[in-house]
Design a protein around this ligand. Structure first.
Ligand code: G3P
Length: 217
């Protein structure tokens, strides 16, 4: 399963990238606002830092302007994925931009029917938002499973990019379901390593190394 980092915080991306944990990056207008930086500048910096797809989201809502923005974003780097919202205008922009050879990530997906439309529009990635469905007492992971079934039933090549990841369980559950990608905040990815029994076991090993004076170098 591919790990994308869901942030526009360049140092945080670099830290995980150095660990080989970054297969791509996703941003959106809220993450760009949080970065306090110019969208074109920070996106270019991220594209130069990582090899995988970097999602940059359009700001328009009409297809014509989305297409123009998408073409401009795509010129930033070869690994740009243009992000468009799941609206009819977004799907029209998706069709045009993918037909021109661009990577397109269709975002703000909250239903299997929406995901089906995105696949038919040629989306490279579909971004179903797990956490925001959980927030309204629906089962976000059920959507991932439904999309996985539908895409596999018909051989759609659109990759499921599970988004709005809030917990480490979201990540492991997405892996069990077979999502192609998860995109998560750096903190959630980093917290995957934590387990009290690992800490306890290591402490015990270190105590025995010390008491038995075990030395290698
Ligand atoms: O990539 C989408 C993600 O940034 C949304 O996450 O936690 O705002 O639902 P969240």
């Amino acid at each position: 399963m591919k790990f994308f980092v869901d942030t526009a915080d360049v140092p945080a991306i670099a830290e995980l990238n150095d660990l080989g944990m970054v297969d791509g990056v996703t941003t959106n207008p809220s993450l760009i606002k949080k970065s306090g930086r110019d969208i074109l500048e920070v996106t270019k910096e991220i594209c130069d830092l990582v090899d995988g797809p970097v999602s940059a989201e359009v700001t328009a809502t009409d297809a014509e302007t989305m297409i123009a923005e998408g073409r401009k974003l795509a010129k930033i780097a070869d690994n740009i994925a243009v992000k468009v919202p799941l609206t009819w205008d977004g799907l029209k922009a998706c069709k045009v931009l993918t037909d021109e050879g661009n990577i397109v990530n269709v975002t703000l997906c909250f239903s299997a029917n929406q995901a089906l439309l995105a696949a038919k529009a040629g989306a490279s990635f579909i971004s179903p938002f797990i956490g925001r469905l959980d927030d309204i007492n629906l089962e976000g992971l059920d959507l991932i499973a439904d999309i996985r079934t539908i895409y596999d039933n018909y051989g759609y090549e659109t990759e499921i990019l599970a988004a709005s990841i809030r917990t480490v369980n979201h990540i492991s559950d997405c892996a069990k379901i077979g999502a192609d990608v998860i995109t998560a905040p750096p903190a959630v990815i980093k917290s995957m390593i934590a387990h009290p029994l690992t800490d306890k076991g290591l402490d015990a090993f270190l105590a025995d190394i010390k008491s038995a004076n075990i030395s290698i170098l």
